[in-house]
Design a protein around this ligand. Structure first.
Ligand code: FES
Length: 176
């Protein structure tokens, strides 16, 4: 993962973390009210994808609150992210139908394939419950897209299939 507080770090929304004017407007909409801290942090995260250190400093200044209080609230609630979200997410369904059709085998292949990208902060691999496409299992989902059927096959064929649906090529730490 990239370090927090980088002023040009983009969140999932595409917004730039540390956009001072956007944060100023956001807090003004809450009436510059210190009691609106949680709401401000919630909206800030929706805009920037996470709570960057630089943004928390501005929130503290503008709401006239101690920085320790702002950090305390941002750290206390587990729904607040303090690090940038991954650029892409690959989720494998481990529901019953997918499980019996080889979801664990697919997961193992993807763990190896995405390990390098995960370290670079580009991809994260998740496990999911039923995606509602049980007749096609095993299935995965890329970002917020629809379930995609994967046909388990020997390595070269499976690699080509995974690349065709949008996963990064083997051995390259690049986001798609
Ligand atoms: S069990 Fe995987 S889609 Fe339903």
């Amino acid at each position: 993962m990239a370090s927090i507080g980088t002023p040009t770090q983009r969140g999932c929304s595409g917004a730039v973390a540390g956009d001072r004017e956007a944060i100023t407007r956001l807090i003004q909409l809450q009436g510059d009210d210190p009691a609106a801290l949680i709401e401000v942090l919630h909206q800030l995260q929706q805009i920037e994808g996470y709570l960057a250190a630089r943004s928390l400093h501005q929130v503290a200044r503008q709401l006239r609150l101690p920085l320790s209080r702002v950090y305390g609230v941002a750290s206390f609630y587990h729904l607040f992210r303090r690090t940038p979200p991954p650029v892409h997410c690959c989720a494998v369904c481990l529901g019953t139908a997918c499980f019996v059709n080889g979801a664990l085998e697919l997961l193992a292949v993807l763990e190896l394939r995405l390990a390098q990208q995960a370290r670079a902060g580009g991809w994260v691999l998740e496990r999911m419950g039923c995606l509602g496409a049980c007749g096609s299992g095993p299935v995965l989902r890329l970002d917020q897209g629809l379930a995609i059927r994967v046909r388990l096959a020997p390595a070269p064929k499976l690699d080509a299939q995974l690349e065709a649906i949008g996963l990064p090529p083997l051995g390259r730490a690049t986001a798609r």
